[in-house]
Ligand binder design. Structure first.
Ligand code: TPP
Ligand code: MG
Length: 360
């Protein structure tokens, strides 16, 4: 993100709050801080992977940070988030400590899943971050189940379920959306539409666009510019309120783009997309640079403040790296723990309630 540190726009002027799409300067600055952290955190993870500190799968979210910040920061703390495998930044947005996320990527005992989940299985029940799922589309029916629990108990939380564009061609997606609509479940289904599933362009695997996928189930759909965090935050603030008020499920076609390869083992561009295409998106649609420019235009940010925020983000990422690097591997005795939820006394439901026992 070399570009982020060099403001190309004119200095603060009288453009005013219009440039912030009605979002308060405090919220906009918070969104900037968050996205800078995500970017610097993942750059550090990329570095750690390159020197062999992280192994296995690792899917970076670089370029898609606004999708995490703009949606999750618009929620209440007790709302639920569930996601696919490209979920590092969503876990950070939900409040998992950067050190616990990095340690999980390193496979260390101090990681948020005890070092046994890794990059694709970040989890924190207390913070209501329900994973981290590696099977494409697997989290979608789980989100419906969580929504059903909320309705059954007459609670008022919202579930946000992220998925990639490839998930909409899975059968589970359609079954879950159908039942969510029938039962009016409080779930916002969000497709992070980055145009590709691994090396396959979405247009090659579907005759209809993402935005039409929920129509058959009568679920209201929003198309949102996922590279503009202020617009994303505004859209999710409204959607969460509608769902919380009993409006039933919502569907979001969140338009975004991944700046890196599908995973750490894939090149940034390749036979499926050109270098020109990627470079163009990085230049035109970097969500951090976009917000930086909006804040500068509205007179709430200058170069010195930006550099200070960025330095802080780098420091947090470095501290997370150091913490992970110094942490122990899980003890072999932990191998059989956490395999089944039903492990006798003390077993708990996903929302933290302790089971009373008996068959249910
Ligand atoms: C059921 C299933 N089929 C295939 C795979 C292999 N696979 C892993 S990621 C992926 C592409 C998913 O793309 P998308 O949903 O668009 O998410 P993105 O990687 O763009 O975030 C595939 C096919 C899988 N994990 N699960
Ligand atoms: Mg995709």
């Amino acid at each position: 993100m070399a570009d982020t540190m060099t403001a190309e726009t004119t200095p603060p002027d009288a453009a005013g709050e219009g440039a912030l799409h009605g979002v308060s300067p405090e919220t906009a600055l918070r969104l900037l801080r968050e996205m800078l952290l995500y970017r610097r955190f993942e750059e550090k993870a990329e570095e750690a992977y390159a020197i062999g500190k992280i192994g296995g799968f690792c899917h970076l979210h670089i370029g898609q940070e606004a999708a995490a910040a703009g949606s999750i920061l618009a929620l209440r703390e007790d709302d639920y988030v569930i996601s696919a495998y490209r979920e590092h930044t969503q876990a950070l947005a939900k409040g998992i400590e950067p050190s616990a996320v990095m340690a999980e990527l390193f496979g260390r005992a101090t990681g948020c899943s005890g070092g046994k989940g890794g990059s694709m299985h970040l989890f924190d029940m207390e913070l209501r971050f329900m994973g981290g799922h590696g099977i494409v589309g697997a989290q979608v029916p789980l989100a419906a189940g969580m929504g059903w629990k909320i309705r059954y108990r007459e609670e008022d939380q919202v579930v946000v379920c992220f998925m990639g564009d490839a998930a909409v061609n899975q059968g589970a997606f359609h079954e879950a959306l159908n039942m969510s609509a029938v039962w009016s479940l409080p779930v916002i289904y969000v497709v992070e539409n980055n145009e590709y599933g691994m090396g396959t362009a979405f247009s090659r695997v579907s005759m209809t666009p993402i935005s039409e996928k929920a129509c058959a189930y009568g679920i209201p759909t929003s198309v949102v510019d996922g590279q503009d965090v202020l617009q994303t935050w505004g859209a999710f603030t409204e959607l969460a309120a509608e769902v919380r008020a009993g409006g039933g499920p919502r569907f979001v076609d969140l338009r975004t783009y991944r700046f890196k390869g599908h995973s750490m083992s894939d090149p940034v561009s390749g036979t499926y997309r050109s270098k020109e295409e990627v470079d163009g998106k990085v230049k035109e649609a970097d969500p951090i640079a976009t917000l930086r420019d909006q804040l500068i235009e509205a007179g709430h940010l200058d170069q010195a403040a930006l550099e200070e925020l960025d330095a802080k983000a780098k420091e947090v990422a470095q501290n997370a790296f150091d913490f992970a690097d110094e942490s122990p591997l899980p003890d072999p005795s932990a191998l059989y723990a956490d395999v089944y939820a039903d492990e006798g006394p003390g077993r708990i439901y996903f929302d933290g309630r302790e089971r009373s026992g008996g068959a249910d």
